[in-house]
Design a protein around this ligand. Structure first.
Ligand SMILES: [Zn+2]
Length: 368
């Protein structure tokens, strides 16, 4: 379109928009709907529907996604008490990410409670030369053999590479980077699954406008892809890595950030037996489509892992149990930033047991 025709077309659109503007009466203009901000919408449910408080999970839990949230040993003791109260046997402490202390210190701090926690370490990208990667492989082996690391993670790529990594960020190092193939192979050889956070929920990539269904949360986590990989490119890197390394297990955190398109996620799980997902930190992104998500979790019950990724508060765990275990409808959760309400999945016992415990146990002990 030439500039002139573009201007004519835009003028026509604006005129049409002005002509169509609804006539607002004085009475209507005074309505709260005209002045209230969506971010202040805080509805109280009035429906007389079942409200279930799940104090303790129906089956013992292995939490496959958490971090070093504590300040000291006392807080670890409190965390263990909370875990006892809600039914969590064991929690994964993912070392990579922006919080926490050096890996050796994590292991030392949690040592008195080592039966209750499992440690996951990072890839070391300090030296990306072939010799450096060889050293990083040796370090991974040492972490596994001497410090008890059971897996690698949480790797995190939101477009700029594995920026969760420590001691150095893996800037521009994506999971299908040929340079790190020896590290991925070493993880497979050591039977250490790789837990990886790829991209963000889809709404975070859409325009921040009145058609963005996830706007209230998306606006806080909006991803600017101007100078980095976008959603589909990141998914491609992940799929390349999973396909090219069949001897290594990959756990895609947070439903691979694909809650909006579970058929696409299911197709990937169908294709790659070495791929798993964890359900951590995606309560609100899954429980607004409870029937579709329920069907998905039942169909892929052997490939789904429980995770929290959200501190150690007992109510945090219980909110997740409510979604997984009950048929409660139309409720809100305090930590959910979205405007929509949630409903429970009412998962069958045998599925719950696998997601809570059995799948994780199988992955972590299958070759031991
Ligand atoms: Zn995490």
């Amino acid at each position: 379109m030439t500039k002139r025709y573009f201007l004519i077309a835009m003028t026509a659109v604006l005129v049409a928009a002005c002509c169509k503007a609804p006539q607002v009466s004085e009475e209507e203009a005074a309505s709260p709907v005209d002045t209230m901000l969506l971010k202040n919408f805080c509805p109280k449910v009035v429906d007389n529907v079942p409200v279930t408080y799940v104090k303790r999970a129906k089956f013992d839990i292995i939490d496959m996604h958490s971090h070093d949230y504590v300040a000291n040993a006392e807080e670890i003791a409190q965390w263990c008490k909370n875990m006892d109260e809600v039914g969590v046997l064991n929690t994964a402490i993912m070392h990579c990410s922006w919080i926490g202390r050096p890996f050796e210190e994590v292991v030392e701090l949690y040592a008195p409670y080592k039966d209750r926690f499992r440690f996951w370490c990072c890839f070391d990208y300090s030296d990306m030369s072939p010799e450096g990667i060889e050293e990083a492989c040796a370090l991974l082996e040492r972490y596994h053999n001497e410090l008890g690391a059971v897996g690698v993670g949480e790797l995190g790529d939101k477009g700029e590479g594995d920026t969760y990594a420590r001691p150095v960020e893996g800037k521009d190092i994506h999971i299908d980077d040929p340079r790190i193939k020896p590290l991925i192979a070493k993880a497979g050889e050591l039977k250490m699954p790789i837990s990886i956070h790829i991209a963000e929920p889809y709404w975070m990539y859409l325009p921040m406008d009145n058609m963005n269904d996830g706007l209230l949360n998306a606006v806080n986590w909006h991803v600017d892809t101007t100078n980095c990989y976008g959603y589909d490119k990141l998914m491609e890197t992940f799929e390349n890595a999973v396909r090219e390394n069949p001897g290594t297990i990959f756990i895609a955190c947070h439903y691979l950030n694909m809650n909006h398109d579970l058929p696409r996620l299911g197709a990937m799980l169908d294709k790659y037996p070495n791929m798993y997902i964890d359900i951590s930190a995606r309560v609100a992104e899954s429980a607004h489509t409870p029937r579709t998500t329920r069907d998905f979790l039942i169909k892929y019950q052997d490939r789904v892992l429980f995770g929290t990724d959200n501190g150690m508060d007992t109510e945090m765990y219980r909110n997740i149990f409510r979604v997984l275990e009950t048929n409660d409808e139309h409720f809100y959760m305090p930590e959910s930033a979205y405007h929509w309400s949630l409903s429970g999945f009412g998962l069958p016992d045998e599925v719950l047991k696998k997601i809570y415990h059995d799948n994780a146990e199988r992955i972590l002990t299958q070759y031991k």
